[in-house]
Design a protein around this ligand. Sequence first.
Ligand code: HEM
Ligand code: MTE
Ligand code: MO
Length: 473
Amino acid sequence: GHSFPTYTREDVKKHKTLADRVWVTYGGEVFDITDFVELHPGGDRILFAAGGALEPFWALYGVHKSEHVLEILQEYKVGVLDPNDKEEVPDLSDPYSQDPSRHPVLKVNSAKPFNAEPPPEILTERYITPNELFFKRNHLPVPNINPDEYQLTIDGPHGTNQEAPLKLSLNDLKTKFPRHEVIVTLQCAGNRRSEMSAVKPVKGLDWGIAAISNARWAGALLRDVLLDAGYTEDTPKALHVHFEGLDKDLTGTKYGASISFQRAMNKQNEVLLAYEMNGEPIPRDHGFPLRVIVPGVVGARNVKWLGQISVSTEESSSHWQQNDYKGFNPCIDWDTVDFKSSPSIQELPVQSAITEPKAGQTVTPDSDDKVTVKGYAWSGDGREIVRVDVSLDGGKTWNVAELYGEKQKERQSWAWKLWKLEASLPTEDKEVTIICKAVDSSYNVQPDTVAPIWNLRGVLNNAWHRVHVSVHR
Ligand code: HEM
Ligand code: MTE
Ligand code: MO
């Protein structure tokens, strides 16, 4: 019979520190867990959830799936979440006022548009990244799309049914085409940009090493939808497939990108029109109700909130295809750059990074004098990661890390491998540099340093990842 006060998510967000008291939500309930923080068997990691939801963390740490944990939690209940929270009256003067709410643990690189990455050490806790913690990269406000009214438009081949494009509802996409599921890692071209800015400033959001995440996607194969719209492998003049998002700027310009027609039509490439992410309808931040997933290809071509598909002899004329997401020689600056001189980024090069320990951290070797190093590794175009090399002495000597992750088919290794190394420090030094570098199935390797691959836009940084730490013995 005890009734609890009602709080909004905004109210909860104000309680993120021990000083302001630590609140969290679970289900529709609010808890003040300040007094439990010190008692928590998992240590102060519990503070990651401060001001937000416990669910994504408990999805990461299965130990919490027990009655015992829920009983503890109930002792700290202080309120319930306002059920009308989501129907908040939007402020129409702010184009971002209808953006969804996000988990407070994310490191926000830009609030409007919303761009954020998870703490790196959380990224490698689990092979599949929970939706709430998946990095988010938006160029524009998140559109609010009614799934019942949603229609995808696919222009027909030239000279045929151009005037009567194919229109598919969300239900058509789910029922007319076989459901296809695939685990794909998405990485932004700007991942690890902050290391590039450290060499020389670049233009772009200051991403750390976590503009990359891994999810299980499900949807219709783009190939099947293109066949239904009247295309075949031999359709004349069909060279590029264009995707247009429903997110638009104040002038009405929409986000857009393209991939090659050949990539779209080849079954082995598994290009998806995805309506599910990790078993749930795609969350708003990730493209609800429909997005393109182009396995092995840079994040930018994985168009979210997909509104229209068309086919052309030319690449998309969108700003993001033509004048952004391209690589250049380090000598090119903003006065000399000619965006037409470089191809658009599609497949990405081999990549890896160290998520634990973190730069500047003090590492204490265990009783066997060993330290644990963790990270991720991934390569574009379905190339499998076959090895990750780790040095604990700045590159003088090397170890081979243990790889984790689902086995995918040859040339269809779309998902990352997580890796781990437990090894003794080869040096008595008090300061050490840990380095990782990965090798893919084509024996592509990462470049040693950032300077020779520096580019004005700060994209494609895949140099060896170095982390300096202090050793405490
Ligand atoms: C372990 C409770 C939030 C991370 C545990 C255990 C309990 C507990 C009872 C021991 C489980 C067992 O060994 O059977 C809670 C409660 C929470 C909370 C009541 C919320 C109020 C979190 C959050 C995180 C977290 C937000 C991570 C961000 C962990 C970890 C362990 C753990 C990593 C395992 C520690 C180990 O293996 O030694 N938690 N937890 N917990 N918790 Fe939590
Ligand atoms: N699609 C639309 N419509 N609008 C966007 O801003 N951002 C792109 C891509 N698709 C974007 C988009 C970029 S640059 C990246 S890296 C990925 O979406 C990020 O996907 P995520 O937010 O699901 O992680
Ligand atoms: Mo991106």
